[in-house]
Design a protein around this ligand. Sequence first.
Ligand SMILES: Cc1ncc(C[n+]2csc(CCOP(=O)(O)OP(=O)(O)O)c2C)c(N)n1
Ligand SMILES: [Mg+2]
Length: 550
Amino acid sequence: MSEHPSAAFARALVAALVERGVEDYVLSPGSRSGPLAHALAEAGAPNPPLGAPKVDLHVRIDERSAGFLALGIARGRAATGDPRPVAIVTTSGTAVGNLMPAVMEAHHSGVPLLLLTADRPAELRGVGSNQTTDQVGLFGAFVRWQADVPAAALGEHPDRATALADRAVAAALGDRAREDMAAAPGPVHVNVAFREPLGADGGVWADPPRLPTPTGGIPIVVPGDEPAPLPPVARGVVIAGDGAGDVAREVAEAHGWPLLAEPTSLARSGSHCIPDYVRLLESPQGEDLAARVHQVLVIGRPTLTRPVQALIRRAPALIVARFGARWREAPHHAQAVLRDVPATWLWSAAPDDADPAWLAEWRSGGGRVHAPEGWGPRVVAAAFADSLTPETWGFVGSSGPVRSLDRLMPAAPAGRAPMLLANRGLAGIDGTLSTAAGVAFGSRRIVHALMGDVTFLHEAGGLLIGPREERPRLRIVVVNDGGGTIFSGLEHSAAPPENLERVFTTPHGAELAAICAGYRVPHTPVRSRTELAAALAAPVTGLEVIEALV
Ligand SMILES: Cc1ncc(C[n+]2csc(CCOP(=O)(O)OP(=O)(O)O)c2C)c(N)n1
Ligand SMILES: [Mg+2]
């Protein structure tokens, strides 16, 4: 039996990637990517053949969903403290273009992805071959690195696959020691030409060449001098945006400042957290407090509310840290923009600098959230927030749901904010189901996902999981208010109602129960608090949908 060059190269590439920590693969079917598909079918089987590495393989028909699934797996992995790039395999042509939304989100949120897209070899490009286009450079500025890999030749040395895997994984993980944007984690595009034959060759898995250096991520180093401790101002405020982490709470507590923490900051906890900050900032008392702020410290990337953006805009002194992959795009009037939170920020301020009255004023105005009454989107969001535990993680879609959570989630006991993730890089409503499914796989946790009806319908195809595929332990809670109601609260609401409906809120009349039935996904409609509480209390066994009709 003779080895095919394309198949041998695909095996060598997979083996080299696994050796560098890439264990999760999402694949969409196609012929040109066949060599990688055959290799992954073997490595992803319950009992891989002798010498083959073991991988977690997920197969999805729609490449757009596949891209978001990979993004979610990478988010889940990173949230468990084990960041690794997740690979996506597609065939050539429009299949590749379908990855763009997930790539854009990954670029802006700094999530490592490895796009392995198949292509025709050089002699078949630019001559009218079927399903062949200009894939090289397709993702432009949204990828950290890209390579166009020529088709493998017979008897080629496996070193080429090793070198390629080395660079791709390093570029995707980023280099925290470097200062430029290209050094943040993010997507990498490896376009691989495969020459026929593309079928399975029954070839053996060779040991990949040994690595000269140990594998794994690049150590985190704070460049240059350690920044000085924070100026000990009396009236500071800490704003924790998406991805800030618990460190934002620690900084606020060390300085005696109020903490305004968005739900996906993972810092919404402790005695200094002001959970009702949005309502407070909208009130006269909050306006007065905002006007007396000396210094604003932004950790992570806040995106949810206008009063917080206003507080940042008018800050007399502003310091920004940990803005994710977008730290270079931080507000221009910031005195300092840092990749990470320096250890010196955790040093306690001298006691006489702290002003206990300052924190007390914020606490009296916004220290407690008030539970929503009756039945509606806020009640659903509150019950969803309550359902999160250390074992049950949360994912929240864009639009109304994340803003509801921002208004009603209480502050958890210090350091115990629930794990709640979201695609806040670009705040799209696309790919939400698949990203949430990916988080369940990547974290190996149960995930509860909260999203609006339009968001659900945008990627209803994310419910499509074949009978041979592992199903995520994912409970999707859809707030069905019959369209994108966020728009009726914005400046567009002054338009004639029929125009507002047709071109903004887009009521759809879709029957979610029938959609779920079509995908054979269990669906539970709920119309009251009691029904919702019962549905949320049942154990999660696989993929299911709770539709809250509000
Ligand atoms: C890919 C993408 N397209 C369009 C938008 C603009 N957009 C933001 S919210 C929204 C409607 C969301 O409706 P729904 O999910 O029902 O949530 P609700 O507003 O009702 O809370 C739209 C279309 C977006 N964020 N992302
Ligand atoms: Mg809606």
